[in-house]
Design a protein around this ligand. Structure first.
Ligand code: UD1
Ligand code: CA
Length: 474
């Protein structure tokens, strides 16, 4: 679309969404980690809208806070204090845009699946035909709940009949109104003042603009464009919310596959829209990738992993059932199964983090390994370090966190505790079962456990005594 054919978009989002049965306004319910309302807003911007106005009312402070945080001044809001219908909502929206010209795109805030391509196609049609109103239409075997498209004998759209106002014959119509419109600004300004609440709900219906445009044929009339229902379903209750989230997840999964990512089962992943994955990564089933997660080429993420705001570099491998948050995994590192990388875990290349190992705010140098059962919090771990099974960084005294430093080449024996702040020097060795409370110098061996004594025959004597006690009680 050329710059001369600029358009503005109105997103109607003042309703309560009663059928959600929620204290959260409907349009703030998340799909794939983002509020419902952000989807039509993003689609409008992607389609080239120069300005987006959201009409808000129910839960307005929360909704406007979300819009502000996500879009700042790029999105304006208009308040509809009382929900008197979609026509009234659009009229409110207009007050935020007193001087717009060209076309106005209007969508509903619960149209989470709307694409920028659908919006652009509709606007192009409206402009090509100089229509007063252009609308998308679609069909469903059962269009219950939607407004129906009423056509005349020449197949021209003449009006929309809401479900509640339908005669039985009208209710049988399978062509429905998805609620996506392009309306010429000059027509809109004038016609919106002519809406009347002559309907079952006593509301001002935006859909009545279609009849007004059809009547004033010389003004450009109504243009309609058939579109795939899969992009046009609204969300009215939690069941539809879940269905739409699944639809979106599948759409995103397919896009990744087209770009060369292998998904073992595209119906069993949840990849948020903000996630980036390079070609030749392999994603297993029941994997969730959230937030700003980045997956490089050659990475494999096996079943059941959840990665949040995490960067995984080339060739790294996540074995089954790991959770990583705000972490960075270096090339060819291997994580899991069952590992937990908490925020601030930064692993260099060729690092191994094995089962039941938890890291937090810890850097691990090239080639270092912690393969089993460990808590490594607030650590600075050098290169080529081996952390034995059962090692604990005691990083917290109830008030402050302290750092444990393991220098290059050091070796920590199994079941050791390192009481931070403490440093184990280069190539030093900590004996199994040691509680390290003082720094260990380079190349030293630290060993801090009670010496073992063996008492011959004592186990047998102890057993005999316990058995006799038990017999005596009977
Ligand atoms: C509307 C359409 C219907 C269409 C369907 C598509 C009208 C009269 N009907 O019906 O033809 O098939 O969408 O999903 O337009 N809203 C406000 N203020 C209000 C009322 C509603 O902002 O006073 C907002 C709601 O927040 C919602 C949107 O407008 O996002 C649609 O309202 P809703 O009540 O869901 O309309 P439907 O009955 O679904
Ligand atoms: Ca609706």
């Amino acid at each position: 679309m050329s710059a001369a054919e600029e358009f503005v978009a109105l997103v109607l989002a003042a309703g309560q969404g009663k059928r959600m049965r929620s204290s959260l306004p409907k349009v703030l319910h998340p799909l794939l980690g983002r509020p419902m309302l952000s989807y039509p807003v993003d689609a409008a911007f992607d389609a080239g809208a120069s300005q987006v106005v959201c009409v808000i009312g129910h839960g307005a402070p929360q909704v406007s806070e979300m819009l502000n945080a996500r879009y700042g001044e790029r999105v304006l809001t208009a308040i509809q204090a009382e929900q008197r219908g979609t026509g009234d909502a659009a009229r409110c929206g207009q007050t935020a845009l007193p001087n717009f010209s060209g076309y106005l795109a209007i969508v509903y805030g619960d149209s989470a699946l709307i694409t920028s391509r659908a919006l652009r196609s509709l606007l192009e049609l409206a402009q090509r035909e100089s229509a007063a109103v252009a609308l998308l239409t679609s069909t469903l075997p059962d269009a219950t709940g939607y407004g129906r498209i009423i056509r005349d004998s020449n197949r021209r759209v003449v009006r929309i009949q809401e479900q509640r106002d339908c005669s039985p014959e009208e209710a049988a119509i399978t062509e429905f109104n998805p609620g996506v419109y392009a309306i010429r600004a000059s027509f809109f300004r004038e016609a919106i003042t002519r809406l009347k609440p002559n309907n079952a709900q006593g509301e001002l219906y935006l859909t009545d603009l279609v009849a007004l445009a059809a009547q004033g044929g010389k003004d450009g009339g109504v243009a309609d464009l058939a579109w795939d229902a899969a992009e046009l379903h609204g969300i009215n209750d939690r069941a539809e919310l879940a269905e739409r989230e699944r639809d979106l997840a599948l759409r995103i999964a397919r896009e990744h596959m087209q770009r060369g990512v292998s998904l073992r089962d595209p119906a069993r992943v949840r990849i948020e829209p903000s996630v980036r994955i390079e070609a030749d990564a392999v994603i297993g089933v029941d994997v969730e990738l959230r937030g700003s997660t980045r997956i490089a080429s050659g990475v494999s993420i096996d079943v059941g992993c959840v990665l949040i705001d995490t960067e995984v570099q080339e060739g790294a491998q996540f074995l089954p059932y790991c959770v990583a948050t705000h972490s960075r995994i270096g090339p060819n590192s291997r994580i899991g199964p069952f590992a937990h990388l908490r925020p601030g875990s930064e692993l260099a290349r060729d690092v191994h983090i094995g089962n039941f190992v938890e890291t937090k705010q810890t850097r691990v140098g090239e080639g270092s390994k912690a393969n089993h059962l460990a808590y490594l919090g607030n650590g600075e771990i050098g290169r080529g370090v081996n952390v034995g099974a059962g090692t604990i960084f005691c990083n917290y005294d109830g008030y402050n966190k302290f750092t444990t430093t393991l220098e290059d080449g050091s070796f920590i024996g199994s079941d050791s505790q390192l009481v931070a702040p403490v440093t184990v020097g280069k190539n030093a060795y900590v004996g199994t079962g040691t509680t390290v409370t003082q720094d260990v110098p380079e190349d030293a061996l630290a060993i801090g456990r009670a010496r073992q004594v063996n008492k011959p025959g004592l186990a047998a004597r102890l057993r005999a005594k316990l058995r006799a006690q038990k017999e005596a009680k009977k």
